[in-house]
Each structure stands twice: as C-alpha cells, then as structure tokens.
Design a protein around this ligand. Structure first.
Ligand code: NAP
Length: 306
C-alpha cells in the first residue's frame, strides 16, 4: 500500500486514534503521524509505547502542517477542539472525525472550518469496550465498515483521498447523509447500548439474585450485556445527549414492542411469542448471509466488536 497523506494529525489518543495509528503504520499510509491528548498522562503513555511519530503538548502544534487532521475525542468535545485548532489549519488540508454521531459533529465543527480547508466527517463502525492509548490495535478496522458523511460542498478529491486511507486501514467504505447515519446507528448501536446498560443495572438492583449468582451463572446473553455496559461512560453520555431524537424514536418503538411481548407472556399467547421469535431469527440469518457476522461462538470477531 502506498502513502496517501504526507502528514496526519490525530487529536485525542484513545482506542480509535491508537488503532488508526497502528493501522496507518501497518500499511505505510502516511509519512508522519503526529498526536495530541489533553492529559499529560496520556501523552506520556503514548511516548512510552511509541504511539505516534511525534507526540505534541498542544493540539495546535500537532496540527501545524498536517494534510489530514482526525478528531478522535468524545462527540461533545469536537466543537471546542475544532475552535482551538482552526487558526493553524493548513490551506488545502482535510479535517475529519471519527465520532459516533454525525449531525451534531457537523453543526459543532463545521462553523470553525476555514475557507480552503475540507471537512469530511466519518465514523468507523468498529470498537471494543476498552478505551485509552493502550487499547488500540492495527486490525480493529479490518473488514469493518467506515461511513463517510460528506457535507454540502465537500471536495470529491478530499473525499476520495479519505476513502483510500480507510480502505488502506482495512475498512469497507460507504457514504451516507448525516441524519440517516444517526438513525441507522440509533437502531444498530445506540439503543442496544442503552438496553445493555439498563439490563446490567436491573441485575444489580435485583437483590434476590446475588452478585455471585449473576457472575457464576451468567450465560452468553447477560455476559454480552455486561461487556457492552462496560463501555466508556463519557463517550456514551455524549452519544445520547447528541443523538437525542433518533435514539428516543427507537426507544419509543422498543418500549411498545416490549409491552406487546409482556402482554403475550401474561396472557399466555404462545403463538405471538413464537411468531415474533421466528421473525427475529430470520433477521439474524440475514445478517450472517450478508457477511456481517458468523455462527462462531465469538461471532468470528476475536477482540473486535461493533
Ligand atoms: P477514548 O479511548 O476514551 O479516548 C478519548 C480521547 O479523547 C483521549 O485521548 C482523551 O484524552 C481525549 N478527550 C476526552 N475528552 C476530551 C476533551 N473534553 N477535550 C479534549 N480531549 C478529550 O475514546 P475512543 O473510544 O477512541 O472514542 C473517540 C471517538 O471515537 C468518540 O467520538 C467516539 O464516539 C468515537 N468512536 C468510538 C468507538 C468505540 O467503540 N470506542 C467506535 C467508533 C467511534 P485523555 O486521555 O488525555 O483524557
């Protein structure tokens, strides 16, 4: 794979940024990668483990001269970071991000992008419940989707160049508009996370089932919930605060379905339960047939999850 950008700046050095760094290095996609994190601790860790060719003490220093700037901070922090770096962005550079919500990022970052700088928001659909500079690995994006969400007037060449970077990091790339992205993610990721957080909270509250029993007899379903519910609290707080409408819409639908199933259980309507579970089973088969999952016990994911 050949070099796509001369210099890439990663702002925020957590799971996604560190995975990007290792994936960029694996394929030789950038001449130099600079990095910045707000805490001295994270910057020190990054220097110790060789994360980034150069770790800078300010975001502006990391961004200076960069051809691509990737905002890898929680969604709620994107606007202030963009404001901070705006004065030093190089003319002709591209600014992108990896945030899990797109409409909010476009509204928060867009106004700070100077004329002559391209803005191409993006979202890799890959992650784990781990966070921080030491949690990244080069394979995170392999065969996962990365959605590009070009804004009005995004330069096609800048979009194509960013697409090439993500493909070089192993991802499959699609384009989508921001509102549709936020709705799709509310269904596939945001609402399921909230349900997992709730289920783990309920198990914790239910004192008739002891903690040791929950741990000891935890079958795959609940174990998966606890893994998801261990995800970073800051990141997920920001996701729900900034993708409010779509998540509330999906949670409303979810609650209605839950009530219907609750009623079927109470009235002993086995046929409704059977039909419902038959339909959901077919959906699962569709996902496997589309190559997005496997029947393997770990769903073929190793340590990566979406
Ligand atoms: P992470 O591992 O928790 O790392 C976050 C980084 O952002 C850290 O370097 C942190 O700096 C910095 N940061 C936090 N708050 C900040 C603030 N207010 N101002 C400046 N910097 C700040 O997070 P991540 O999982 O890589 O997520 C980063 C972005 O990727 C988020 O927008 C998230 O929505 C998106 N994303 C995450 C996943 C996932 O599964 N994790 C998947 C796809 C997309 P310090 O270390 O110095 O505190």
């Amino acid at each position: 794979m050949s070099q796509i950008y001369d210099r890439v700046a990663l702002i925020g050095l957590g799971l996604i940024a560190s995975s990007m760094f290792w994936a960029i290095k694996r394929a030789g996609l950038a001449g130099e990668v600079t990095g910045y994190a707000r805490s001295e601790d994270t910057r020190e860790t990054a220097r110790r483990i060789g994360l980034c060719d150069r770790v800078c003490d300010t975001a502006q220093e990391a961004v200076e001269g960069a051809d691509l700037v990737v905002l890898c901070v929680p969604v709620g922090a994107m606007g202030p970071v963009a404001q901070d770096i705006a004065p030093v962005l190089k003319s002709g550079a591209t600014v992108t991000d990896v945030g899990s919500v797109k409409r909010h990022v476009i509204e928060a970052v867009g106004p700070y992008i100077p004329d002559g700088v391209h803005f191409v928001p993006a979202h890799p659909l890959a992650g784990t419940e781990h966070s921080g500079p030491e949690s990244g690995f080069a394979e995170l994006f392999d065969n996962r989707w990365c959605l590009l969400v070009p804004v009005k007037g995004s330069d096609p060449d800048a979009v194509a160049q960013l697409r090439a970077l993500w493909e070089g990091m192993g991802a499959n790339v699609d384009e989508m508009d921001a509102d549709h992205h936020d709705l799709v993610l509310a269904v596939t990721s945001h609402a399921p996370h909230l349900i997992a957080y709730t289920m783990v909270g309920v198990a914790d509250d239910l004192r008739r089932v002891t903690d040791t029993e929950v741990i000891k007899y935890s079958a795959a379903g609940f174990r998966d919930f606890t893994r998801i519910a261990a995800s970073d609290p800051t990141m997920w707080r920001d996701v729900f605060l900034t993708n409010k409408d779509a998540t509330l819409e999906i949670l409303g639908r979810f609650t209605e379905e839950l009530f219907a199933l609750q009623r079927a259980i109470r009235t002993g309507d086995g046929e409704q339960l059977f039909d419902y579970f038959t339909r959901t089973r077919a959906i699962r088969r569709g996902i496997i047939d589309a190559g997005q999952d496997t029947d393997a016990p770990d769903f073929g994911r190793g340590k990566a999850t979406t």
